[in-house]
Design a protein around this ligand. Sequence first.
Ligand SMILES: N[C@@H](CCC(=O)N[C@@H](CS)C(=O)NCC(=O)O)C(=O)O
Length: 248
Amino acid sequence: MDGQTASRIETRPRPGLKRGSKMMTDVMATLYHTPLSPFCRKVRLCLAEKKIDVELIPEKYWLKESEFLQRNPAGKVPVLKIDGKILSESTAICEYLEETHPTPTLMPRGTQDRYEVRRLVSWFDDKFHREVTENLLYERVNKKMQGSGYPNGTNVKNGSKAIKYHLDYMAWLLDNRRWLGGNELTMADFAAAAHLSSLDYISDVDWNRHAVVKDWYAKIKSRPAFRRILADVVSGFPPPPHYTDLDF
Ligand SMILES: N[C@@H](CCC(=O)N[C@@H](CS)C(=O)NCC(=O)O)C(=O)O
């Protein structure tokens, strides 16, 4: 991790510092998150790309504690405290950040291009999430973490089948564009990379299926904004060695 990233993004308060103490005033924002949540990862990537200081606080959202529900009555992570406000819904948060911190931009200028980015963010956060992330990550990791049972074999099989189709679709897009949403890096790339990185943490992505998708992920994985995500370690689920390897 480079010095800049290390000082800007922290998973917990630094030793000797109490939250709310004067010395923590360099922290501009607080994100309540779960390390492998793709929605939280998307917000973390936008924050890091825009070099916004953030303190990361792990949240066991499934316990539905009253303090958490007060922050977000929907009972979901991510929740971002910034500018004296409490924000929820990952895409709304990313668009808020885009408007308040326009540089570097993660949305194109033109109406058609913006439409395409929004369509793809929704593709990954809705369709990919339902067909792949829920069936693989939530079955294999979330159920164990939350003590809510064992992976359902049918769901895992469906997820493994569906991810192939999604990788094929990404390859088709990337055959025609530099990045997923067009010729610039956008939120669409971060939405996709957030899901895929969480799945890669449990070795559920076949990077050899399409060279163009692997190249895209290698490019995005080597960005400074990605480093903190690659440093995540979830207790009871050690990541495979290739997860952090930029030359995977
Ligand atoms: N549409 C929401 C989805 C967030 C979401 O579903 N987060 C999951 C963790 S990955 C969660 O908190 N689930 C709790 C629940 O659905 O009760 C967003 O984009 O922020």
